[in-house]
Design a protein around this ligand. Sequence first.
Ligand SMILES: [Zn+2]
Length: 328
Amino acid sequence: MYDFDSIVGHEQIIEHLQNAIKLGKVSHAYIINGEKGMGKKTIAYSFAKTLQCEEHATSACNSCKSCLQLESGNHPDVIMVTHEKASIGVDDIRVQLNSDIAIKPYSSPYKIYIVDDADKMTEQAQNALLKTIEEPPAYAVILLLTTNSSKLLPTILSRCVTLNLKPVSSDAIKEHLMEQYSIPDYMAEMSATFSQGILGRAIRYASSEEFTQSKEEVLHLLKYIDDMELYEIMESIKNLASHKLEINDYLDLMILWYRDILMFKVTKNPNLLLFKEEYKYISEQASKKDYEGIENIINAMNKAKVRLNANVNFETVMELMLLTLKEN
Ligand SMILES: [Zn+2]
């Protein structure tokens, strides 16, 4: 259910939005910025629901007609801007937003537009949106959801209130997994730890029967990677990618491994490691690699994630990443 009261973490952002409602200072345009799985849509829909609720309070009542319409995805005055191509084009913005926004709300105080993947707007699309953001009707609220707000034009950024989502504490995530999903203690702990504060990722880990097995396979690869040939590593990664988890999840696990190596190199303290039980392998690799090399590897993995998200060919991305890995 979309509801400020049931959101895990993000207290400061919720407080900011509730204050804006209380003081009657709701902005016409917000950017909700955060990694995939952090809860951008949940926050956007909870905000929209509260703004439109017939009780006009700082939390949604969850029982009026407006709240029920929003929950069922049929609210006439909350519009999700969609796009068919890989990018959001100028016509998407013109047709679904600019020319629709002049029509007054059907039954609510506000007319709310949610643009998911807002960083995929072309420059033209952003310029078209800018005109609306510069002179919006009094009832308009536009919510731009993005994983990378730096891709938005400075002119857009300067006219929006930007809300940056932060990682949620792993205790809060663990508690949520156990209470809402009845995940056993050990699994909840592990999923919360490896999710790095991203609730959506933790839920995916916890609900994947293959997560434990996949994690073992990634670990096996990472332990012996220095002794493997490029083509062997490539084969292993292809095998992994055919499993249930997303390739991004495997890359995240690999990044955590190299962060552990870096952490161990700096502190020499095995208790600070995520992969505590693999401390032998981690200390061995830490002694073989220099700081720059480890950072290069982590950067190459982050770059691979960005490229995969931009739909660059899987094998090309992986080859580039593995070359950096082998060079360092
Ligand atoms: Zn309501």
